[in-house]
Design a protein around this ligand. Sequence first.
Ligand code: F0G
Length: 457
Amino acid sequence: MHTIIEPFKIKSVEPIYFTTREERIRILEEASYNPFLIKARDVIIDLLTDSGTSAMSSDQWAGIMKGDESYAGSSSFFRFEAEVRKITGMKWVIPTHQGRAAEKILFSITGGKGKYVLSNTLFDTTRANIEFSGADGIDLICEEGKQASLIAPFKGNINVAALNQFIADKGASSIVMVMITVTNNSGGGQPVSMENIRATRAVCDQYEIPLFIDACRFAENCFFIQQREIGYRDKPIIDIARELFSYADGCTMSAKKDAFANIGGFLALQNDQLAMECRNLLIITEGFPTYGGLAGRDLEAIAIGLEEVMQEDYLKYRIRSIEYIGEKLDSVGVPYLKPTGGHAVYLDAKAFLPHIPPHQYPGQALCAALYIEGGIRGVEIGSLMFGKYSPEGQLIPHQMELVRLAVPRRVYTQSHIDYVAEVIIEVFRKRESIRGLKIVYETPYLRHFTAKFKSLA
Ligand code: F0G
C-alpha cells in the first residue's frame, strides 16, 4: 500500500520563525509557564488547538470574494442555511460568531438553577455557559472512556445505564437536555457510535427530554462510524451525518473546527418556539438572524468548508495523520490516550511523569518541556483545566492528566509531524529530569487561560 498523502497542494505559505533552546527557556519563564501567554511567533509547531487554525481552500478564498454583505437577506446566508440544512436536516439555522455564542444563547433560554444538562463530556465553554445560567452540567462517559490505555472503538460513548439512572433519580422535569459531544474533545477526541446515539434517543423519548449534538467535529466522528461500526462501511459521510442528526432536536457547532473556517458557528433547531426565543436573543447579542455576528464572506467560507470536510480523501488523510503520530510514539512506549482520536494526540502525563503529583500539574510541566525541547505548543487537559478545590482549599484532581496536541487542519506536512514525534520522544528520554510547577496566580473561572506558575526545579 502506498503512503496516504496530503490530498492538496500548497498555494500560499506562511513562515515559521525558529528560536534556540536558550531563547525558549527565557520566553517560557516570561510567559509564567503558561502556553497561552507565549506569543505565536515564538512557537515552531503550534498544536494549541485545531480551532480556527485551518488552512482554507482556494474555493473558500474565492467564496470570500463572493460574500454578500447585505445586512438582511444576504445570499451568503441562504447558501449557508441550505448547506447546514442539507447536513443536519434542522428547520432553523441560526448563525453565531463562534460555538460558545450558540451555547450562550441556548443555555440562557433553557438553563437555570436546579436544572441539569447531561452529556458524554461537556467541553469547557459549554460547561461554563451551563453553569453561568445556574444549571449543572453532568458528564456520564462510558467505562472504556475512563481508561487511557484501553483500546476500544467508541470511547466517546455516553454511559446509557448511568443516564437512565440519573434521570430516574432526579426526575425528568429537571433535565434540560442531553448533549452529546462528537467527537468527545475533552475525553480524547474519541468518537461516539451511531448505536449509542440511537440508545440515547430512546432514553430521551421515554422521558421526553430533548437531545442535542455538540457538532464541532461531526465529520471526523462520522468517518470513525464509517470505518468502525457495522453497517456503515459503504455509506457516504453525508448519509451518516444525516442519520446522526436525525436523532437530535438541535445542535450547536463551532465552524472553527470541521468547517475549515477561521471564525463562525451556528445553532440549529427543530422546535419553532425555542427557535423564536433564540433568534430574539441573537438579535440583541449577535446580530440580525441572517448574519448573526458574522460577515457574509464568513458564511460563504463555512458553507464551502462544510462540503469539503465530508470528502473521504480528506478524512482518510486527516485521521491517518493523527494515527501516524501514535505509531511513532508506540515504537518507544510513550504513554498516550489510546487509540488516537480525530483531531489530536493526548499524551498521558500521569504515566509520562509519574514522579510529579497532581498538585504540581504534570500536564502543564509536560507542556513546558515540549516547548523548551522543540518549540511545540500544546495544552493541558487535566487538573489545571478541570481541577476543583475542596472547602479546605485542597486540590481535587481531575481523573486524567493529559496534554492535548491538536493538529490544525491542512496546515502541517508530514515532516512537521515527524519533527513533533521526534521532540516528544526526546522529552520522554529525559522525563526524569522534568520538575513540577506551582501556581502563583489564578482566576475562579477557566483559570487555565491566565494562570501563572513557578518551576519547582
Ligand atoms: N464544543 C467543543 C467540543 C469544542 O471543542 C469547542 C471549542 C466549543 C464547543 C466552543 O467553540 O471555540 O467556537 O466557541 N474548542 C476549542 C478547542 C477552543 O481548542 O478545543 P468556540
